[in-house]
Design a protein around this ligand. Structure first.
Ligand SMILES: [Zn+2]
Length: 312
């Protein structure tokens, strides 16, 4: 029996944390536990509370709890280090994590400084982690503005993927076709959030229009056997974040999480954190929660873990 399977059967979180795992849906600057965020900032951070307003609630928490920390001197390297430390403590060996392309622009941090902070923290804290830095774009901003954010990163040749997130309903996915075509030409892996608040058809549309290699969330696909068959045939991976879905009331419980349906329809899935600062769960806890809720067997979870660590 593998160490991972026996750790699940024993409910042994400490052992689970020592076993290699992937985290492929991770917003890096929110990738540390809230108590770590308090420790490095010296501020009290109020826990995230969902009030039913979708992504707006997350944006409000970021605005009131997180953005004020960015005024603190030399905070950026500490935030980045804390995210790598969390990945290390959780046994993450394959990390694909995004940084918002507009972040530096908003807080007066040059692209080169941002890249340097990432490079340094990766090398100093967890050089063995297979790290794919992903440049994130907000769906709530005009494409012209996103292209302006993109530009300073191009020469740095550091990022290996792109992601699209924020309000799924703000503007049509077609608006982003060109930016994705351009990113693909640059050799970047293409991912985007879809089907978290949207529909199964919107998952298919995002994959088709943007030519996605992987979908962040994509859980709405579980309502359509047709879309699931299509995703399965295409071999598109959905990077699932169970606790995020639960807290944001996309699902009622771990026990009823649609990862079971997606898995049974042959859709490739991985298990990830999304935002550790908001949801307070590492990948190890996500696996254990799904196992203890009876959603997937230990063997099935072992297969999913294997898919994640062999994804790159
Ligand atoms: Zn996300």
């Amino acid at each position: 029996m593998s160490g991972f399977i026996s750790a699940l059967l024993d409910g042994d979180l400490t052992a689970l944390r020592t076993i290699p795992k992937a985290d492929l849906h991770n917003h890096l600057l929110l990738g540390m536990p809230r108590d770590r965020l308090s420790a490095i900032s010296g501020r009290e951070i109020v826990p995230f509370q969902y009030t039913g307003q979708g992504i707006q609630d997350i944006n409000n928490w970021i605005r009131t709890q997180y953005v004020p920390l960015l005024q603190l001197p030399a905070i950026l390297p500490k935030l980045v280090e804390a995210a790598f430390q969390q990945a290390l403590d959780d046994g993450v060996t394959v990390l694909e994590a995004s940084i918002d392309a507009g972040f530096g622009h908003l807080y007066g941090i040059p692209a080169s400084e941002l890249v340097e902070a990432l490079r340094k923290a990766h090398q100093e804290i967890a050089p063995h982690i297979d790290f794919s830095p992903c440049l994130g774009f907000s769906r709530s901003k005009p494409v012209r503005q996103l292209l302006r954010y993109f530009e300073p990163f191009l020469d740095l040749n550091y990022f290996t993927a792109i992601d699209l997130y924020d309000d799924e309903l703000f503007q049509p996915i077609q608006n982003f076709r060109e930016i994705y075509r351009f990113a693909r030409q640059q050799g970047l892996r293409c991912t985007a959030h879809a089907g978290e608040f949207g529909t199964a058809e919107e998952v298919r549309e995002a994959v088709e229009v943007l030519g996605l290699d992987a979908v962040q969330h994509g859980i709405a696909a579980a309502s359509s056997p047709d879309v699931m068959r299509w995703l399965s045939d295409r071999g598109t991976t959905l990077n699932i974040c169970p606790t995020s879905n639960l807290v944001l009331k996309r699902v009622h419980s771990y026990a009823t999480h649609p990862i079971r349906i997606l898995f049974d329809h042959g859709v490739k899935v991985t298990i990830n954190t999304d935002d550790v600062a908001l949801f307070n769960r590492g990948v190890s806890e996500e696996f254990l929660s799904l196992f203890q809720a009876g959603v997937l067997s230990a063997e099935e979870l072992e297969n999913i873990r294997g898919l994640g660590v062999n994804a790159s």
